[in-house]
Design a protein around this ligand. Sequence first.
Ligand code: F0G
Length: 352
Amino acid sequence: MIWHGIIEKYREFLPVGPRTPVVTLNEGNTPLVFSKHLSDILGVAVHLKCEGLNPTGSFKDRGMTVALSKAVEAGARLVICASTGNTSASAAAYSAKAGIGCVVLIPRGAIALGKLSQALVHGAKVLALDGNFDKALQMVREIARRHGITLVNSVNPYRLDGQKTGAFEVCDQLDGRAPDFHVMPVGNAGNITAYWKGYTEYHRAGRVKTRPRMIGFQAEGAAPIVRGKIIARPVTIASAIRIGNPASWKSAEAARDESGGLIGMVSDREILEAYRFLAAKEGVFVEPASAAGVAGILKLGKKKFFRRGSGATVVCVLTGHGLKDPDRALASAKKPKGVPARLESIMKAIRA
Ligand code: F0G
């Protein structure tokens, strides 16, 4: 079957009609890769949902195809968002495809290089705010409301409708079963809300018999949900989830509680360990925020959270591609060694 993106595939679950113009880059259909090393360590079957293989390199594309299609259907000529980077990259690309304008407000100096390049090259108007993501989101919400510009952050319900298709795909890829545990990083908390919605709708439609326990991880310096209070100045190397006041806070707690799950936190050191582990052992290159979920299950594993040999299935969503943040990759690896253009020298360096 030729893949035409998530709207075509899951149309019956989405708020689109026959006249909705579908703005798509053929997002979705991302690989679910079995992780031998994590499965061995934890004693359960761990699969990695590689969302970095979406058209702009993150899960945001699932939401953006629906948000932009609905925006164009409603006659919008301009969309706006605040972003830690990936939302802006995706909004910029889908707006380009739709042929409409896009404004993005980013925290100045605080988004990864790949994401900034994407927003710029797709022709968005990029504004760097003196303030963090939470402030940027507050400002674009106000501007969208006052000036009738379509907001494409995850407070736009179409975004979550698109992103819930990640849950459908996981169930389809597991041959009509939901995983026992669903693990992911949590920032603005839209994606955990969307996945829970997806599992719930698939369950209600009789496509799966069970729903997973939802397990989210925040970074220690940006863990408002875990700490139960707004963090005025969130800090973490995982810039994508450097958020102190998540817009979908309440619905993330509902996903956690209704599913019997948990939302925990991991340190930057644990995130970087998981980041290197995924790249070096599994051949999967993710951005730091995406490694938070894996860091989290390794931490839970140490506390014997998973029953070894229980046959349980764990799905970890790897939300964004490693190429998004090349600076981090270079900073966490050895520099290449220079060699003269002589066979003996090269062989000597190989053997060293
Ligand atoms: N992982 C990555 C790579 C992200 O970019 C984000 C959010 C998350 C996880 C967390 O998802 O916000 O739904 O809980 N990035 C947003 C952005 C905030 O602006 O790109 P969430």
